[in-house]
Design a protein around this ligand. Structure first.
Ligand code: SF4
Length: 327
């Protein structure tokens, strides 16, 4: 292992892809110990948010850029060039997209190069040598992409060749064991960090099943469809998506998510779940059979535990989330 902080590094700025997970936290800390300025960059999409990164950046005292990549990320999820991982996570394409976005924004942030917390061999599919090369190539970042935690096992990058960062200052971590990372965290006084891949819904088997079904039924799905299928119990009736809230918070969330063309229904005479009905193609109205199915589900999952008829439902008023009689 290199003696960190002893290299002769120029004061250059690294733009570090920062999730708040242990590897990205270590990458930031290592680069700072190598004498570099650091800006963090994190991303949001319907599949992950920025809360963990924002908390970790505040703890570490680094500037953090938060970039919403929803539309480009949805494209990657729909058609990943390098396939999916165990679930619906297209990690190689996703990494390449994030690095590409960082490369596009790098100059405006006065950064000299991009760094990530990737560790060679830590994830068999997305962090093997071939995958790391693919990300560097597919993102367009090429030699401006440094993996400081494994740099000494990888070809020299431009930041090293130019002397912006001393290669001797960088690390040679590899493999699936995270022991050395945890030892470093302890040595460097880093007590808190997010678990690996924590927070990305695409790695969740149950959510991936919902997403697969959405993709097969609605190939042009968008972010609001993803938000809907993660918001409660999911059913399909014909070409209509029916989402049932399981708790008060989910019922309120469905009210927030409802588009003007959606129906929001609940049982008229008793408290119970709210149902959001979204017919496809977008803008279509649910037909009688689909509304009857929603009534059946609202009854079965309500307090009475038996099917209801459509006449026993009311529309939920959207602004205040309260019920008013259906017209
Ligand atoms: S786990 Fe999710 S956020 Fe992370 S690279 Fe894979 S798809 Fe992207």
């Amino acid at each position: 292992m290199a003696e960190n902080g002893k290299g002769s590094c120029a004061k250059r700025r690294a733009l570090v892809l920062f999730s708040g997970g242990l590897d990205s936290v270590l990458a930031v800390e290592l680069l700072r110990r190598c004498g570099l300025e650091v800006t963090g960059m994190t991303f949001t999409s319907p599949f992950f948010g920025s809360a963990a990164a924002e908390e970790a950046a505040a703890r570490m005292g680094i500037e953090l850029e938060v970039v919403d990549i929803t539309s480009r990320h949805l494209e990657v999820v729909r058609r990943p060039r390098y396939g999916y991982g165990k679930n619906m996570n297209p990690c190689i394409d996703c990494h390449a997209l994030m690095v590409r976005v960082a490369a596009e924004l790098m100059d405006g942030l006065e950064a000299d190069f991009i760094a990530t917390g990737e560790v060679l061999g830590e994830r068999p599919k997305s962090q093997n040598r071939q995958a790391l090369d693919l990300v560097a190539g597919a993102s367009g970042a090429g030699e401006l992409l440094l993996r400081p935690l494994s740099a000494r096992l990888l070809p020299e990058t431009r930041p090293e060749k130019e002397g912006w960062v001393d290669r001797e200052c960088l690390l040679d971590l590899s493999g699936r064991s995270r022991r050395r990372q945890m030892d470093l965290a302890e040595e460097w006084g880093i007590g808190e960090y997010q678990s690996p891949a924590g927070g990305c819904l695409l790695t969740d088997a149950s959510f991936s099943g919902r997403l697969k079904e959405l993709m097969s039924r609605v190939p042009a799905f968008d972010g609001s469809d993803v938000e809907a299928v993660r918001a409660g119990r999911i059913f399909w009736s014909g070409s209509t998506l029916i989402v049932l809230g399981r708790r008060h918070e989910e019922n309120m969330r469905l009210v927030e998510l409802a588009l003007p063309s959606d129906r929001l229904l609940r049982e008229r005479d008793a408290p119970g779940p709210t149902a959001l009905l979204r017919a496809y193609p977008r803008g279509a109205s649910p037909n009688r059979r689909e509304i009857a199915e929603a009534a059946r589900l609202l009854g079965v999952y309500g307090k009475g535990k038996k099917p209801l008829a459509p006449r026993e439902l009311v529309e939920v008023e959207r602004r205040r989330g309260e019920a008013e009689p259906a017209s």
